[in-house]
Design a protein around this ligand. Structure first.
Ligand SMILES: [Zn+2]
Ligand SMILES: [Zn+2]
Length: 232
């Protein structure tokens, strides 16, 4: 069994509630093997408390990547793209660079980083993580997945960007799109790809303010909160 714990569930916003105090971060445990995906500025636990076997970074925004501004000591390897590594003022002691589309193995986990559109200055990836015949995708910040049709079909759980329900947070910049896709847009991708289990993390201002109402209207969708645990 693989257990997912949402250590933090908010985006890079000032607003917070008791349910959303910390920046989006996910702990993945498979047996005794543990990884943390994203480790930003506002976090509940130190890496020395979590003791993951590895850390994976989606991109170098401050709510996802502590080393952007902090000289943080870490014993474990930190996997990230070369672009993310170059964005940081500091770098993890054991940085391991990865490339979108190039799969790798971490203990019992099969990990596929894939390109998502989100920022031109800090390009982002999502991760498809599989183990024991099940898989989930984690893309907390995105406007779009470049290769949706090869990433989403067959995925058991979609964990997406909860920045906005209806507000338009998509901008055009340097010939591409940046920002955050609406929850409704991502639900359409999942429907089309046959992914029925959906959780949103990285909640933004609009989502946090309309949370109770949204959950009532969409019982099929889970909005993650700090400390939520789900099993695969
Ligand atoms: Zn973010
Ligand atoms: Zn971001």
């Amino acid at each position: 069994m693989t257990r997912l714990t949402f250590l933090g569930t908010k985006g890079e916003i000032e607003e917070f509630t008791e349910r959303h105090m910390y920046h989006s971060s996910l702990l993945v445990e498979s047996g005794t093997f543990k990884i943390v995906v994203d480790y930003g500025k506002l976090r509940k636990y130190g890496l020395d408390e979590l003791c993951p076997d590895a850390v994976l970074i989606t991109h170098a925004h401050p709510d996802h990547y502590a080393w952007l501004y902090e000289d943080l000591a870490a014993e474990m390897p930190v996997y990230l793209t070369q672009e993310s590594l170059e964005c940081g003022k500091f770098r993890p002691g054991r940085a391991i660079t990865i490339e979108p589309g190039v799969e790798f193995r971490l203990g019992p986990l099969q990990v596929l980083p894939y390109r998502v559109l989100h920022s031109t200055r800090c390009p982002a990836v999502g991760y498809k993580i599989g183990t024991e015949g099940k898989s989930f995708v984690y893309n907390p910040d995105l406007v779009d997945i470049l290769d949706k049709d090869s990433i989403l079909p067959g995925t058991d759980l979609y964990i997406g960007d909860g920045s906005s329900i209806k507000a338009n947070l998509v901008r055009r910049h340097a010939g591409t799109v940046i920002g955050h896709a609406r929850i409704a847009t991502q639900l359409n991708w999942c429907r089309r790809s046959g992914v029925s289990r959906v959780i949103f993390t990285h909640l933004g201002k609009e989502t946090i303010s309309l949370e109770a109402r949204f959950v009532e209207d969409h019982p099929e969708v889970v909005l993650a909160y700090d400390g939520l645990q789900v099993d695969m």
